[in-house]
Design a protein around this ligand. Structure first.
Ligand SMILES: [Zn+2]
Ligand SMILES: [Zn+2]
Length: 235
């Protein structure tokens, strides 16, 4: 009897809610998504498209969505999940509902995937937000993810790009408007030199890839040997 009561007390003292579904999980799973949520987040299965990190849906080198675009300015892409259902809800919550704590769970997933794929990365770089947006939101979600990956994998994280002007939200624009909206939006900070480095550029979602492409074009000017991109969700 006493043992049972003790177990209940100990369990409740050592259990934490999953950041996805709020169900209790044991302490060792603290701040990471529970297995149930991981399955519901529609993980991306191999083979992967080097253009966006999504599933390859044909026999071609790139997925059908990437075939519509010019060559992506990077050497490879990783995405954590398909942006539907739970994954989409969680990313939305992360961006718009003041939940910086979700960065830990997303960052852990990202670190896991980078390690699994065996991609060598020397530097992690977040896609910057304009300071007014960071101010309104309270944080740059991509920067938080980079911080977690950095700690997990022991890779330095540097904010090498700046956002020169505020842009309209990409989600509301068509393809041509997306390109125009981002023209001149990013700049390389002074003295950035990425020669001989393999760099990973991180953003939250990958829809058309226009934001990542605009940031990657600028980052390329610093001369990285390899440039990869990572997004949480691919739409
Ligand atoms: Zn869960
Ligand atoms: Zn693709």
């Amino acid at each position: 009897m006493l043992k049972n009561i003790l177990n209940v007390v100990l369990d409740s003292a050592c259990s934490f809610p999953c950041p996805g579904c709020r169900k209790e999980v044991p302490e060792k799973a603290r701040n990471v998504f529970c297995p149930d949520c991981r399955t519901r987040m529609k993980p991306i299965l191999p083979p992967h498209c080097p253009g966006c990190g999504s599933e390859l849906d044909g026999v071609l080198e790139l997925c059908s969505k990437c075939m519509e675009f010019e060559k992506r300015p990077w050497d490879g892409a990783l995405a954590l999940f398909n942006l539907h259902g739970l994954g989409q809800q969680l990313v939305h919550r992360f961006k718009y509902n003041n939940t910086p704590e979700l960065a830990r769970a997303f960052g852990d997933m990202a670190a896991e995937i980078i390690a699994e794929r065996g991609i060598k990365i020397d530097m992690i770089v977040p896609v910057p937000l304009h300071w007014t947006r960071t101010f309104m939101r309270g944080y740059n979600q991509s920067m938080l993810i980079c911080g977690i990956i950095s700690v997990r994998l022991g890779i330095p994280c540097r904010s090498l790009l700046s956002r020169r002007r505020r842009t309209r939200q990409q989600a509301k624009l068509n393809r041509q408007q997306r390109f125009e909206n981002l023209s001149g939006a990013f700049a390389l900070k002074n003295g950035v030199d990425c020669r001989k480095l393999s760099v990973l550029l991180v953003d939250d979602v990958f829809t058309t890839g226009t934001t990542l492409a605009a940031a990657a074009e600028i980052l390329r000017e610093s001369g990285p040997e390899k440039l990869y991109v990572l997004s949480l969700g691919r739409r």
